[in-house]
Design a protein around this ligand. Structure first.
Ligand SMILES: NC(=O)c1ccc[n+]([C@@H]2O[C@H](COP(=O)([O-])OP(=O)(O)OC[C@H]3O[C@@H](n4cnc5c(N)ncnc54)[C@H](O)[C@@H]3O)[C@@H](O)[C@H]2O)c1
Length: 323
């Protein structure tokens, strides 16, 4: 297929692009490089520099590439920042996303895979979190993604847009060539590995008195290659749908740090801090629906395999993409 990867210079988009190309698809990447990196764009892909805020550029990109489907990764994605600057989140994640949808309708491209998030649920009533749980986001980031999901439903009903929204939990790990490097890194694994590399003095643990076996928060880490594979399966979905996606296993902050110590063989000092507002103790995905409907099956169930891949990438590129 011919696919436009919007946000393809970012962490998840860059690796999905690589996998699509490896599987023989033709890929164009659209990115404004506000967060993404030029060196993260696979050379085999055509690169179109542009911003979703500009409706004409995105429409031109769709027309000139003649794509049949779009993967939409572009978003502002920092929960904390969204609490300081909600307008940025509603503008980029909803208004700019609408430019993409309208350009797709105008050009007759009617297949979309959308990056959603477990943040649409807010603190869950129970775990694992399946698709039937109430959606009550507690920050503008989650609200913006939920709003976009609802817009997608209407675009399907009114315009026949066929979409799959994948609600990721915690993406982690790397491929051989591409890895995780956000300009403001809030994710645990890259931050712990920076300590292992000697680039940060210690890692901070926020809250050690949660009702979990070791008192720290539990999250569901999914290998980026398994997540990318789900996107490729989603391209062939027969109908529009929303799927939660994770491995279904949870790892606590202390477990992640211990596995990082074992994988890297390095000392990783920690500093314990009080809880942060809005951090639920457990976020674990129920992925039965995507497994049964799309035939998705994760290959990397073990946290050490995920962390090993990330560590290899960080050792190979200690300064990341250096831009
Ligand atoms: N990383 C995770 O664990 C995680 C979890 C849940 C959901 N998500 C979602 O997955 C998507 C990708 O996440 P990521 O970690 O790869 O983020 P990222 O910031 O690395 O990638 C996003 C890319 O989109 C680009 N972009 C943003 N706004 C744009 C615009 N207006 N026009 C053109 N390009 C634009 C950025 O430059 C960047 O390259 C996001 O939508 C995020 O909300 C990520």
């Amino acid at each position: 297929m011919k696919i436009l990867v919007v946000g393809g210079a970012g962490y998840i988009g860059s690796i999905c692009t690589e996998l699509l190309l490896d599987e023989g698809h033709e890929v164009a990447v659209f990115d404004n490089f506000v967060e993404g990196h030029r060196a993260a764009v696979d050379r085999r892909a055509r690169l179109i520099e542009g911003d979703l805020a500009d409706r004409e550029t995105i429409e031109l990109a769709l027309r000139s590439t003649g794509v049949e489907a779009v993967m939409h990764f572009a978003a502002s994605a920092l929960v904390g920042e969204s609490m300081q600057n909600p307008s940025k989140y509603f503008r980029n994640n909803i208004a700019n996303g609408l430019n993409l949808l309208d350009a797709m309708i105008a050009t007759g491209v009617n297949r979309l895979v959308f990056s959603s998030t477990c943040a649409i649920f807010g603190p869950p009533e129970r775990v694992p979190i399946d698709e039937t749980l109430p959606q009550r986001p507690i920050n503008p980031y989650g609200e913006s993604k939920l709003a976009f999901e609802r817009i997608l439903r209407w675009y399907d009903e009114i315009h026949g847009l066929r979409f799959v929204a994948l609600r990721y939990f915690n993406a982690a790990g790397a491929s051989e060539r591409f890895g995780e490097q956000h300009r403001v890194e809030t994710h645990l694994i890259p931050n712990v590995l920076k300590v292992a590399l000697g680039q940060k003095p210690h890692v901070e643990i926020y809250g050690t008195d949660y009702d979990t076996p070791d008192g720290t928060c539990i999250r569901d880490y999914i290998h980026i290659l398994d997540l990318s594979q789900a996107h490729i399966l989603a391209l062939g979905a027969a109908k529009s749908e929303f799927y939660n996606i994770g491995t279904g296993g949870g790892s606590s902050v202390r477990e992640v740090i211990d596995v990082c110590r074992a994988v890297t063989g390095r000392d990783i000092p920690v500093v314990e801090k009080p809880r942060r507002a809005g951090d639920p103790p457990r976020l674990i995905a129920a992925s039965a629906k995507i497994k049964s409907e799309l035939g998705w099956e994760p290959k990397f169930q073990r946290l050490d395999a995920i962390i090993e891949s990330a560590w290899k990438w960080h050792q190979r590129f200690p300064n990341g993409y250096s831009d």
